[in-house]
Ligand binder design. Structure first.
Ligand code: NAD
Length: 252
């Protein structure tokens, strides 16, 4: 489970812990302390957990994460590729290095993880993979072009891989969260939150647990006929045709 030191990844790790699962809390080395807190929470919830440092943008690091997972737990049945970063700026002003970094972490990171997870799963009886896309993987979101491009790419990777490996017992899906009350979003000024929530019928932030429950379901046999889907968990935001907000457009 990548990006599990906090937010949605932590909630999902704990939700798997409640099912008695062995969970790899994978995240950057520099958030080791937070990752170890997640490890403790998973164990309190009834699971087993270890921290494995990873940079999902680095292929050696990702391959090692999968190898260490199998070495420690003896198998890999479920993967949640969730690590991600965001960035802001109108299209014409996005910094090139930032664009490259967002694509490397949010898009290439998901591909690298699937590459090594699938290589293991296809010769070891299958498994399930859930990628974290975003509402921004389904619709354009002003001021977030690189993130939107990366998350649309995650949707494409998910659908393609789902078709390629279905006959090997590997079931691949994605979740597309809307505005979720992780620290990143919760700390936004009230006006910014209001702008995010205005087009959303349920008019509130989602909780990390609401995403985690969906990831656990997509990883379980209860969703056995669900393949290549991108499950929106967004309070109705992408179903609402009014989501364009002209106040967010750059002024001429
Ligand atoms: N919070 C939201 O509203 C929201 C909405 C849609 C999608 N998402 C997506 O959900 C996922 C989790 O986001 P979150 O809101 O929990 O944010 P978060 O910042 O709490 O979690 C992201 C985690 O990814 C880790 N990470 C970043 N770069 C990494 C790298 N190179 N290698 C390994 N780990 C790395 C971070 O250390 C962090 O723990 C992300 O993919 C994000 O794009 C979040």
């Amino acid at each position: 489970m990548s990006g599990a030191a906090g937010g949605i990844g932590r909630a999902t790790a704990v939700a798997f812990g409640r099912q008695g699962a062995g969970v790899v809390v994978a995240d950057l080395e520099h958030v080791r302390d937070q990752a170890l807190e997640t490890v403790a929470l998973v164990e309190e919830a009834g699971g087993k957990a270890i921290f494995i440092p990873v940079d999902v943008a680095d292929s050696t690091s990702v391959r090692d994460m999968v190898d260490e997972t199998v070495a420690h737990f003896g198998r890999l049945d479920f993967a949640h590729n969730n690590a991600g970063i965001s960035g802001t700026g109108f299209m014409a002003e996005i910094d090139e290095d930032e664009f490259d970094r967002i694509i490397a972490v949010d898009l290439k990171g998901v591909w690298l993880a699937m590459k090594y997870e699938i290589q293991y799963m296809k010769s070891n009886g299958g498994g399930t993979i859930v990628n974290t896309a975003s509402e921004a993987g389904l619709v354009g979101t002003l001021w977030a072009g690189a993130y939107v491009a990366a998350k649309h790419g995650v949707v494409g990777l998910t659908k393609t891989a789902a078709g390629e490996y279905a006959n090997m017992g590997i079931r691949i899906n994605a979740v597309a969260p809307g505005a979720i009350g992780t620290p990143m979003v919760a700390q936004l000024p009230a006006a910014a939150k209001e702008m995010i929530l205005a087009p959303q019928p349920l008019n509130r932030l989602g909780t990390p647990d609401e995403v985690a429950d969906a990831v656990v379901w997509l990883s379980s046999d209860q969703s056995s006929f669900v393949l290549g889907t991108v499950l929106s968990i967004d309070g109705g935001a992408t179903a609402n045709a009014e989501s364009y907000n002209s106040e967010l457009s750059p002024s001429a």
